[in-house]
Structure formats: structure tokens, C-alpha cells
Design a protein around this ligand. Structure first.
Ligand SMILES: [Fe+2]
Length: 292
């Protein structure tokens, strides 16, 4: 009887370890409702961050197939897609697999600047028809909806390429004219921890990465143990965060490093469904004409 109980405990612990260390790709879905799109309209965004040139399956087929299955309207690459140590082949295989599938937008992450070869990385990415957003934005039509999509270079641009750049000031300047635009506005910005800066702009949705899900998670108890630039118990390790009119989605990323295991934190491909909703009717106050 005791032996049987021990076997059950060992079995459960083995299962738990297996689940904790699982590092296959998973899909994470979020839905955002907005009156800036017509009620019947929707836009599906696939968000990929922090690939660090890792290759999933032979020639990146696992990641590419997963993205294709989502039938995206926009593909957003929010930084650290390439890396400063791993060859860029993983990024090229991904882009070769998804080119032409949907408009693809990219912003840099810190590791791309750390490579000291940012221009070559951007030129390589550009070859696949990707739009590189560098403190810039464009308006695109998806289905029957008009969307604005902008992006900003990682702030480490000031350490490696433009030491005199006022990163924050230029960021506000670049997007100040969006104040009066009525379209749904999306920003790609690699750093999750800089949300206080993003909040001062006019974007409806910000897509970030960089935090790697806080590396170690405990379901229902701990959403991340440590993240770069946030430290221990990061506030923005991964998930969806509401800030008044701004929604911030932080991907846990698709990084994979065997020397730094992810615990209860499998690499994730994020799907965001932006759905149109009816504008609330304006209600007039009821006036009692017969009152004194
Ligand atoms: Fe990063």
C-alpha cells in the first residue's frame, strides 16, 4: 500500500516537472473591444517578440505554421527578434515563411542594438517586405477598418547609435500629431517597463515584450520572478494591463535558452482580436416639464 502511494507521488511530481519545463509554443489570445471600429469589423494581430533567432522545428516550420493557422491581418514583431550572439538565420527563416501573409511591422529591441550591427539587421529584415517603424507610423486599411500603427526604436539606440538623441522627447514629438486622429492606434514598443511614457501619447493599444514572462511563474500565485529592467517580481512580466484609455499587452515572448529554463512559462505566440462595438447612444437627461 505504501509502495503504491510512493509511486503515485513520484508520478505526480514527474508530471508536474514535465508541465513546469514544457517549452513548446503555445497560443495566448486577447480580445479588445473598441468603438473606433465598426460593430461588424475586426482586426486580428499576431504578436511575436523576443525570438532571439531561435529556430522552432526544421527551418522554423513550427512557428511559421502556427502563425499561418491564425490567418492574421497584421503581424507585429516587437523587438529582440534577432540577437547579438545567435546568427540571424532564425529571423530570416521566420520572415521567409511568413512574407506576403499579412502586412508585417517590426521595431528593434535592445539585443539588436547590442549586436553593434543594427543597420545590417534592419536591412536584412527589410528584404522580406517588412515595414520597419523607427519613431514613425503609417495608416493602413484592414478589411473595412482604418488603423494607425506606429513603432519606436529601443532606447538602447542612445548607447550604440545616436548618443545625442533625446529618446523620450523625440518619441513624444513623433506621435504628438496623432491627438486628433480618430482611427484605432497601435504602438509597437519593445520595453514593457516604459508604459508610463507610452501613457502620455494617444495610442489605444501598445504591444511590448522584453520581460520574457519573468522567466519563472507559478500559476495563480506568481506572474514572473525576474525581468530585465524591472528586477524581482516584475509588474509587467506578461499579460494584459489596462491604463485608462490605453491597453498594454506584454508578450512573454518566444525566447528559448537551455541554460536559462522557463518555468511554467512556455514560449507564446500572442493573438489579439480587435473587435468593433456599437458606440453607446448619447442619452439626454429626462426633464420633467410638469415640475414646479
Ligand atoms: Fe529585450
Amino acid at each position: 500500500m505504501r509502495r503504491k502511494r510512493h509511486l503515485v507521488i513520484i508520478g505526480l511530481l514527474t508530471g508536474l516537472v514535465f508541465v513546469a519545463l514544457y517549452n513548446g509554443l503555445v497560443i495566448k489570445k486577447y480580445t479588445i473591444n473598441t468603438s473606433k471600429l465598426d460593430a461588424a469589423e475586426s482586426v486580428r494581430i499576431v504578436l511575436i517578440t523576443d525570438l532571439h533567432n531561435h529556430v522552432y522545428g526544421k527551418n522554423q516550420t513550427k512557428l511559421v505554421s502556427l502563425i499561418k493557422e491564425q490567418n492574421p491581418d497584421i503581424i507585429a514583431l516587437a523587438g529582440d527578434i534577432a540577437d547579438d550572439h545567435v546568427p540571424i538565420a532564425g529571423t530570416e527563416l521566420l520572415l521567409d515563411g511568413i512574407k506576403g501573409l499579412a502586412p508585417i511591422y517590426y521595431v528593434s529591441g535592445n539585443h539588436e542594438f547590442w549586436s553593434n550591427d543594427i543597420n545590417r539587421i534592419k536591412n536584412t529584415i527589410r528584404k522580406y517586405g517588412v515595414t520597419i517603424l523607427e519613431n514613425s507610423y503609417e495608416q493602413i486599411s484592414i478589411n473595412n477598418s482604418s488603423i494607425i500603427i506606429g513603432g519606436v526604436d529601443d532606447p538602447d539606440i542612445t548607447k550604440y547609435e545616436k548618443p545625442d538623441l533625446d529618446w523620450e522627447g523625440e518619441f513624444y514629438n513623433a506621435f504628438s500629431e496623432l491627438e486628433n486622429r480618430s482611427e484605432f492606434k497601435i504602438l509597437l514598443a519593445h520595453r514593457a517597463e516604459l508604459v508610463e511614457i507610452y501613457k502620455k501619447t494617444y495610442f489605444d493599444l501598445v504591444l511590448s515584450g522584453h520581460a520574457h514572462g519573468g522567466q519563472v511563474r507559478i500559476p495563480f500565485l506568481l506572474n514572473g520572478l525576474y525581468a530585465p529592467n524591472q528586477g524581482w517580481f516584475p509588474k509587467y512580466a506578461g499579460g494584459i494591463y489596462k491604463h485608462e484609455s490605453l491597453t498594454h499587452i506584454v508578450s512573454r515572448g518566444v525566447s528559448y535558452n537551455p541554460r536559462l529554463p522557463r518555468i511554467f512559462n512556455p514560449p507564446e505566440v500572442v493573438i489579439i482580436e480587435v473587435k468593433g462595438e456599437e458606440t453607446s447612444p448619447i442619452t439626454s437627461p429626462i426633464v420633467n416639464l410638469f415640475s414646479g
